[in-house]
Design a protein around this ligand. Structure first.
Ligand code: PFF
Length: 450
């Protein structure tokens, strides 16, 4: 195995970078509205179960694949397949992940742009004493303007590609150390405020009171897909980060910390938001605009709200930034390790392609709203559903099968370095629980079982 690649400076840095990839818009923007759209507690319950029984074992799997090969996902899968004397077609799994990342970035960058716009809304004092109705009108005005959306989407893409162009050691590592802990801190402030003025009781009931009757197939499918999205699994991002990881670090412990932090953060944001939603008689199923419509109300009425609101959206933008970088890293690693193209040109070239995709997403919120791609979904919805509910779980399923049934057991054991009991537990979840759960959801999705 080649040893000349750059490595993370320490386990802590790897952990922060992977947590940086995991923690992002998925926790702060997407999880809260998905909880609302999918019936509250039922979704939360299935989501948490998916994190524990599918997400955690598969995150370990993805890191171990990456660390064993020390390569980008496509070449890495090929090398692993040849080590296991299996078909070289496994490399397409790596290729699929690279494309998935770019498709996700197409809409991720647009939403990242909304966050950037809101930093300035908050900073300019536009939330002061705002009512629920005004806040909704403001947000709708932003969505209705292709020019504004494209402007902010462009800034977000440039921010992402500027870091990617610089490379893994210089660009990625530094920011995470301060940003993630700060994000947690400000969330606690927000939560404290929501607790004091919002309807925390209703929020807790909505999110945690078990109501099994609400567990619908669609909720299960979305929860599974979101577990992958939230932990950045199934497309090689974690694999690439794993490939930069040193050999003496425990994969299991690192994974558990990251998964817990990621899940906790999402649920805390959810609580803060829903207590405001219920106190202000807003609709919990508002969809993708939820945080942009509810949070300004909180910031507009709390002491030092302009300052706290600005800081909040600033930190969310940073969280989104550290995630978006990891969405392109697999493709960049492949290009720079296989062609003569330099990292710098690869980053800006890919950036341009994804930027164009993002412009189509922007238009799907206004001019092209009525243009449906499949199943009555517009461009944004198609990209979101295609990646979260199909491509990421499919990638995860294939990785689980590869590590569980194709790789030599002693190679897997060597990477995971677990005691016998823990190894068996990983094996059981990776080889049986995760593949069966994902396959069952797919069979259902394609109408093969009812
Ligand atoms: N996990 C990120 C979030 O929750 O915002 C999104 C993401 C990043 C998904 C990287 C997939 C990925 F590879």
């Amino acid at each position: 195995m080649p040893q000349h690649r750059s490595h993370w400076n320490s386990r802590w840095t790897f952990m922060l970078a992977t947590a940086g990839s995991a923690i992002g818009l998925g926790n702060i923007w997407k999880l809260p509205y998905m909880i609302g759209v999918n019936g509250g507690s039922a979704f939360v319950l299935v989501f948490v179960a998916c994190i524990f029984f599918v997400g955690i074992p598969l995150m370990m799997t993805e890191i171990l694949l990456g660390r064993r090969t020390q390569k980008n996902p496509l070449d890495g899968m090929q090398a692993l397949a040849s080590e296991a004397q299996a078909s070289s077609a496994w490399k397409y799994l790596g290729g699929m992940g690279m494309v998935t990342g770019l498709l996700i970035l197409g809409f991720y960058s647009v939403i990242g742009g909304w966050v950037l716009a809101y930093i300035f809304e908050a900073g300019g004092g536009n939330f002061s004493q705002i009512t629920a109705a005004q806040s909704t009108t403001n947000f709708k005005a932003l969505l209705a303007s292709p020019l504004k959306l494209t402007f902010w989407h462009t800034i977000f893409m440039v921010m992402t590609m500027a870091v990617v162009a610089k490379g893994v050691n210089s660009g990625l590592e530094k920011a995470n150390n301060i940003l993630i802990p700060s994000l947690f801190a400000i969330l606690l402030v927000l939560l404290g405020y929501s607790m004091s003025v919002g309807d925390m009781h209703a929020a807790a009931q909505f999110m945690f009171k078990p109501d099994f009757s609400k567990i619908t197939p669609v909720a299960v499918l979305s929860a599974l897909g979101h577990a992958f999205f939230s932990l950045s699994l199934g497309m090689g991002a974690v694999m690439v980060y794993g490939s930069y990881l040193q050999r003496n670090v425990s994969i299991a412990r690192t994974t558990i910390y990251i998964a817990l932090a990621d899940t906790m953060l999402g649920l805390l944001v959810g609580l803060a938001i829903y207590s405001l939603v219920f106190a202000n008689h807003l609709a919990p199923n508002a969809g993708p605009g939820l945080i942009f419509q509810t949070l300004p109300i909180a910031f507009g009425h709390m002491p030092s709200g302009n300052f706290i609101g600005t800081l909040f959206f600033l930190l969310v933008a940073f969280a989104a930034w550290t995630s978006s970088i990891s969405l392109v890293e697999p493709a960049i690693a492949w290009i720079t390790e296989n062609t003569k193209i330099k990292r710098y040109s690869a980053a800006w070239g890919l950036g341009l392609i994804v930027w164009l995709l993002g412009v189509a997403v922007v238009l799907s919120f206004n001019e092209w709203k009525e243009i449906k791609i499949i199943f009555g979904l517009n461009i944004f919805e198609t990209l979101d559903k295609l990646t979260s509910t199909i491509l990421l779980p499919l990638g995860g399923l294939l990785m689980a099968i590869f590590a569980g049934y194709v790789m030599k057991k002693n190679h897997v054991q060597e990477e995971l370095d677990l005691n016998n009991q823990h190894f068996k537990l990983w094996q059981f979840t990776n080889n049986y629980i995760a593949p069966i759960a994902i396959a069952a959801v797919f069979l259902f999705l394609f109408g093969l079982v009812k």
